[in-house]
Design a protein around this ligand. Structure first.
Ligand SMILES: [Zn+2]
Length: 385
């Protein structure tokens, strides 16, 4: 038996390969499905099982007893109600604010049920909302309102995003003309347009600004418009960064015969972030572990580039990461070389030694630098993990 990890099967894929096109479409539709709005699922379950209950009462045969139907109808609703009430009385101030706002928006909406005001009170000078004791139909109405509200917010956001995308492209074109952004206008346009940007309900996913992964970017609802715009610029910078695409094995699920491996297109490198996959051992079950390296360097550079595009001096994001990069620049590493490496696609058409010349030059410059040396990147890696 092998003691050491065995690599999963990985092969490099050209970014214009038809398999990539398919992966992109799949990624977009998966994102659509996985983006949950708080309470949306509970509302859907409630309506579905309420339908069965009505059929049962009409005398139509159902495979479930009334007791089972009622339990299935209410279980997610009750769970959401509990979560809601826990967040309102918990220590998480952002969560508290978000959920309180949801209720205030509801009572300001034209068709709210006035009965909800009975659950508002003032205790020790603080507003208290007794969500836990609300009748479930009333709570359900709040959830329905929130789903509708999010639907409208998403539509507005989508329109707004088209404007921000154009603004982003325009700032990139300026960067290309000024000579520091080493991409073609066509590549920028293509990568921006193929990125699906979605508004993410902060009540479902707390404490994030945004995210980018495999042609999909999410932006969290809790931010104001200016913050959302900055987040969009940051995520779109990830989207136009260098990429090495690979086709790799991945476990989709495990059944009685073992693990089912499926081939998946992934970004092995995005900007200056690298990803490695290992399959541990040959005994079942196979475990595919993923290692990410130099995320700090990538995030720091992404935010530096974002600031440059928007001509902003500083931001609250990735300060330690940017400071570690600034230290490299102060030690004599050319900032342009960092930018070139960040945007340098892996060129499959040339010989192995010349596929990422800027990246090679950058690593050589860091290794040979008397202040930084070979240990610098890994020291920061361990420090900022
Ligand atoms: Zn980022």
């Amino acid at each position: 038996m092998r003691e050491y990890p065995r690599s999963v099967q990985i092969s490099k894929v050209d970014q214009h390969d038809p398999r990539v096109e398919k992966a992109k479409t799949d990624s977009h539709s998966d994102a659509e499905k996985s983006q949950q709005v708080f309470g949306e699922y509970a509302v859907r379950q409630y309506d579905e099982w309420q339908g069965y209950l009505e059929k049962l009462h009409d005398g139509r045969q159902q495979p479930w007893t009334e007791e089972v139907i009622l339990q299935r109808r209410d279980e997610h609703l009750e769970l959401n109600q509990k979560t809601f009430s826990q967040i309102l009385s918990g220590q998480d101030s952002v969560g508290k604010l978000l959920f309180t706002e949801m209720l205030y928006k509801y009572i300001r909406s034209p068709n709210y049920k006035k009965e909800i005001l009975n659950y508002f009170s003032v205790q020790n000078g603080q507003a208290h909302i007794a969500v836990d004791t609300m009748p479930k139909e009333l709570f359900l109405d709040v959830l329905r309102f929130h789903s509708k509200y999010m639907e409208e917010e998403r539509k507005k956001f989508e329109k707004q995003c088209e404007v921000w995308k154009q603004e982003f492209i325009a700032t990139c074109i300026q960067g290309i003309r000024d000579g520091w952004l080493p991409l073609s206008e066509e590549t920028v346009r293509e990568r921006v347009q193929e990125t699906k940007i979605m508004l993410r309900d902060s009540a479902s996913y707390l404490h994030s600004f945004g995210d980018w992964n495999r042609w999909v970017s999410t932006v969290d609802t809790w931010q104001d418009d200016e913050s959302k715009r900055e987040t969009v610029f940051h995520e779109l910078t990830h989207a136009i960064a260098a990429r090495n695409l690979i086709e790799r094995e991945d476990i989709t699920h495990t059944d009685e015969f073992g693990d089912i491996l499926k081939k998946k297109i992934d970004f092995q490198r995005s900007g200056l972030r690298f990803r490695y996959g290992y399959q541990k051992g040959i005994e079942k079950p196979f475990i595919i572990e993923e290692f990410t390296r130099f995320r700090w360097l990538n995030e720091g550079m992404t935010e530096r580039i974002r600031l440059r595009l928007l001509q902003q001096a500083d931001s609250e994001f990735y300060q330690d990461e940017r400071a570690a990069i600034q230290k490299m620049i102060d030690a004599g590493i050319d900032e342009q070389l960092l930018i070139d490496a960040y945007f340098e696609d892996y060129d499959m058409k040339v010989d192995r030694m010349n596929r990422v010349p800027a990246l090679r030059k950058l690593i050589k410059a860091i290794y040979g630098n008397p202040t930084l040396g070979k240990g610098y990147l890994m020291a920061i890696e361990n420090q900022l993990k």
